[in-house]
Design a protein around this ligand. Structure first.
Ligand code: B12
Ligand code: SF4
Ligand code: SF4
Length: 314
């Protein structure tokens, strides 16, 4: 007879998730200390919303009373195109080339949850895709999906780090998987490659220095010392993942059509983009993660890159 955990996993894979694993729902005591240390050092920049609900963020039972299990899912988003290194051509991180992953993953988790409620009557639960106070990477590591690597993203052995994460916290008791183990070894390629020295020590990213944070979350001007290292990134940054040997070894093109790049996102001509109207912005980025910066944020990034031209490189 198939156990409940196997049934749930098989349903999740059937819905199109690339990986699924299960962890026990318990307090994250060690991680809570590291998270507080991260806040204490101000590494969260202006993301004050993160510090507001640390208790919820570090104990799933405060989110779902009586929670027993965290079902973690990952979805591969790798598409095999490369960024241009030509002057005047912007770079958008791969995760934002296609449709917004929140919509894609939430839609599937909703289906998984509806099925679980029918299959296991009386259970309670909630699902998240970076949509609430949950530490996605920690749960993914505990559920055996992949390890939190030195660049601080989760690397899977099947798809590299090009996966989005989500989870479903439930009162259903399910057999848990073994946690993933760290395979970074003595490598430091991501730390060495980061142009703004944002990986301040292995596993620790200071958002204030990270191009991803600065181009997406940060409002206002960009300080000159960091702006001059933007390397043409206008939305997010993939450098630490691009240099990672595990991504060279394990990247597999996604079969998820909604993550295929919108054609204008792969090699945007910045002299043309700097004239983008609000109407054009709304049309190009409807249903895309890029709408998060609003037009003004994206135009600020375009200006920063145009003001700091790079030399052609490979
Ligand atoms: C805040 C946030 C950011 C911030 C801060 C990044 C960060 N490293 O935390 C910014 C805006 C910079 C960011 C950028 C990106 N993000 Co983001 N982000 C988040 C978010 C909302 C919370 C992450 C968090 O809790 N950070 C707090 C810190 C303290 O946690 P942490 O870095 O994981 O630290 C842990 C360990 O590293 C370790 N640790 C910490 N200190 C120390 C010290 C020592 C000595 C040791 C041993 C360990 C250790 O313990 C901590 C707790 O376990 C999550 C979604 C979610 N709800 O979880 C997405 C998420 C992490 N982001 C994601 C993505 C895709 C990105 C980008 C790749 C996007 C891009 N291409 O531009 C970049 C990657 C930049 C990078 N190198 O991290 C994905 C990652 C998927 C994956 N495969 O891991 C997530 C999970 C969203 C999702 N649902 O898919 N992000
Ligand atoms: S995303 Fe870019 S800026 Fe941020 S840590 Fe990675 S390489 Fe550095
Ligand atoms: S580049 Fe090296 S250190 Fe960085 S995440 Fe990949 S394996 Fe780990």
């Amino acid at each position: 007879m198939i156990g409940a955990a196997e049934k749930v996993k098989s349903k999740a894979l059937g819905l199109g998730f690339s990986k699924v694993g299960i962890a026990n729902a318990e307090a994250l005591d060690e991680e809570a200390k590291l998270l507080q240390e991260w806040f204490g050092r101000g590494h969260h920049g202006t993301m004050d919303w993160m510090a507001r609900n640390v208790e919820k963020r570090t104990d799933p039972r405060t989110v779902v009373p009586g929670a027993k299990s965290v079902v973690c899912v990952a979805l591969n988003y790798y598409t095999p195109l490369q960024h241009s290194n030509s002057p005047g051509v912007g770079k958008i991180s791969r995760y934002a080339w296609g449709d917004d992953y929140h919509d894609v993953l939430v839609g599937r988790l909703k289906q998984l949850w509806s099925w679980m409620q029918e299959e296991f009557p009386g259970i309670d639960g909630r699902y998240y895709v970076d949509t609430g106070p949950v530490m996605d990477k920690v749960w993914a590591e505990r559920a055996g999906i992949g390890w939190i690597a030195k660049h601080s993203n989760v690397i899977t052995q099947e798809f590299g780090s090009w996966v989005f994460l989500g989870e479903l916290i439930t009162t259903l008791e399910l057999e848990s998987d073994s946690p993933a183990t760290d395979h970074c070894g003595s490598c430091t390629l991501c730390i060495d490659a980061c142009p703004t020295d944002a990986i301040v020590e292995p596993y620790v990213v200071d958002a204030n220095r990270c191009i991803s944070y600065l181009t997406i979350e940060h409002r206002g001007e960009i300080v000159e010392a960091v702006a001059e290292h933007f390397d043409n990134w206008i939305y997010g940054c993939d450098i630490c993942q691009d240099v990672c040997p595990w991504n060279h070894k394990f990247s597999v093109p996604t079969d998820e059509a909604s993550f295929e790049p919108r054609e204008w996102n792969v090699a945007p001509q910045l002299e043309e983009w700097k004239e983008m109207t609000q109407e054009e912005f709304a049309m190009k980025f409807k249903g895309s993660p890029i709408k998060r910066t609003k037009r003004d944020g994206l135009m600020r990034n375009v200006r920063v890159v145009l003001d700091h031209p790079i030399q052609e490189h490979t």
